[in-house]
Ligand binder design. Structure first.
Ligand code: NI
Length: 169
């Protein structure tokens, strides 16, 4: 089921998400819905808080669904390595219409659990590294605009306020 994607300004996007505990709680439906929602929105990543669920789960697929082996489902991720630097244009499904150049490490290793709760390690460079870091940011309540310097961030925040006043956000 495609779920609505929350936009910047919704409190669920601006607070840290909770660790998924081991136990019987079934998050398979959530994961399936997140994958479907990400593909429907032509995104390369989606974090659970973006659909209003405050759990540390993200999905990433930099192939837009073209290559099944590129789909990553990650529960309770953490960084094993963050290395080197890249500065590229970045957008977000919770900030439709906005993008900016964001500096991030260009090589990461992320550790966590797969959808069957088996431990996994995923190494990513360039776009994949960027996508996974962007989604982990979401789990910490951070959007890419929070990584911009003052004036750039203020400009986007002001434009969103304007759209909100006009009922277009
Ligand atoms: Ni995002």
């Amino acid at each position: 089921m495609i779920r609505p994607i929350l936009k910047c300004g919704d409190p669920a996007l601006h607070r840290p998400a909770t660790i998924v505990e081991s136990g019987p709680n079934d998050i398979q439906t959530l994961i399936d819905d997140m994958i479907e929602t990400m593909y429907a929105a032509s995104g390369i990543g989606l974090a659970a808080p973006q659909v209003g669920i405050s759990l540390r789960v993200f999905v990433v697929d930099i192939s837009f669904g073209q290559s099944p082996t590129d789909l990553i489902v990650m529960i309770n991720p953490s960084f094993e390595l963050q290395h080197d630097t890249q500065m590229e244009e970045e957008g977000c499904l919770s900030l439709p219409g906005f993008s900016a150049r964001v500096t991030r490490p260009s090589h990461v290793v992320v550790e966590g659990l797969d959808r069957n709760r088996q431990p996994q390690q995923v190494e990513g460079r360039d776009l994949l590294a960027r996508a996974m870091q962007h989604e982990i940011d979401h789990l910490d309540g951070t959007l890419f605009i929070d990584r911009l310097r003052g004036i750039k961030r203020d400009l986007i925040v002001r434009r969103i306020s304007k759209l909100r006043r006009k009922g277009q956000w």
